[in-house]
Every structure is written in C-alpha cells, then in structure tokens.
Write a protein that binds this ligand. Sequence first.
Ligand code: AMP
Length: 213
Amino acid sequence: MYIILLGAPGAGKGTQAVMLAEKLNLIQVASGDLFRQALQQETELGKKAKSYMDKGQLVPDEITIQMVLERLSAPDCENGALLDGFPRNIQQAEALDKTLAQQAKAIERVVYVMVSEGELLKRLSGRWICRNCQAPYHAVDSPPRIAGKCDRCGGELYQRPDDNVETVKKRLEVYFMETSPLIDYYSRAGKLLEINGEGGAAEVNRRIVAALS
Ligand code: AMP
C-alpha cells in the first residue's frame, strides 16, 4: 500500500505520518528528513540541497526524484510506504507514478490535510522537533513533558532553521504555486481524500483512519 500525505508546510503531515505509519505498519519516507540527514552527514547531496532549503525553495527535481526513488527501492518499502513531503510538484508525481507502474504498483490513496493559512503560520512558528526521532512538538499546543526533551526517545528538541518567518512565507508561496496543483492531479485520478486538518493531532488522525477504511 503506497499512501501520500499531501498538505502545506505546517499542516501536520509529519505528526500524522508518524502516527499512521505505526498504525498501518508502513515505513514513513519523508523527503525533508532525507535531506536533513544528508545535511547532517555533510554528504554531497546534503551540500547541494542546503542552499535551496535555506531559502525555502524546492530542491531541483533531478536530485529529489532520484533520492526518493532510491529510498523507495529499498527492501523495507517493497510492499508499501507512507510518503510525506513527496511529491511536491507535477513532475515528481509523474515520475513516481511511472516508476511504480513499471513494477505493477500504484499510489493507492492521497490524504490531503487541509489547514487554514493563519493556523499554518501559528503552527510553524512554535514548532520544535526531536533531533533524534523527528517527532514534532508545539511550544503552546503540544509541549514536551520535559522542556527541550523528546517524550518518545529523550532526544534533544530543536527549531528548524527554515521555520523562521521569512523562509516560512517563501515555503508557503512555493506550496501554493507548485504543490497545490497536485490536489487536482490526484482528484482526477480518483485517489484524493480531503481531511480537515484543524484540531488536535489525535482527532485528525481518527478522521484520516476513518477515511482510509
Ligand atoms: P519539509 O521537511 O518537507 O518541510 O522539507 C524541507 C525542505 O526540503 C523544503 O523546503 C525543500 O527545500 C526540501 N524538500 C523536501 N521535499 C522536497 C521535494 N519533494 N521536492 C523538492 N524539495 C523538497
């Protein structure tokens, strides 16, 4: 089962991906996490991606598509994956469809998490993430039990450098220009599930699970 989580930055894709991956026993493949890992390990890929990420722009397709398709070809993704942050434009979606079709596979469902723009800005500005397991927190809405420490693994929490006001604005602009056409793309393919992403994470998760079943 291949499922895509689609939505603007701050819509809660990461939170929902972690919860859903556990529930559906699927591997979460988050393109942003793959880039951040590469950045941390100072690989060539990480160096190439950094300047785009710092500016809130999309990393070029030839780099991104190769990275994600390579990850999807690993044995743990053989029977499915939960894609978070990929595809982010039509070219990426077409490349993904083509590669899956070559293996007689296809995207089954696309969960589109809908959140208002005001809520997106609020969520991104208070966001803290675990350096170790990527679990997300919010300074006001979902703080960790111990300040600065992840509830799940005890890892150190940090704020993403691209969660600053200027870069967030750019990322939202890029989302509306390049990623939102995917809503129509997957709707025409009859794969889109529209989910109200406002409210608590557990409530949103219940809506997604109900829609998927
Ligand atoms: P995210 O963690 O999904 O918010 O991604 C962080 C940053 O990584 C984005 O702002 C982009 O610079 C880059 N990125 C992540 N996924 C993609 C993608 N599918 N295509 C291009 N760039 C991406």
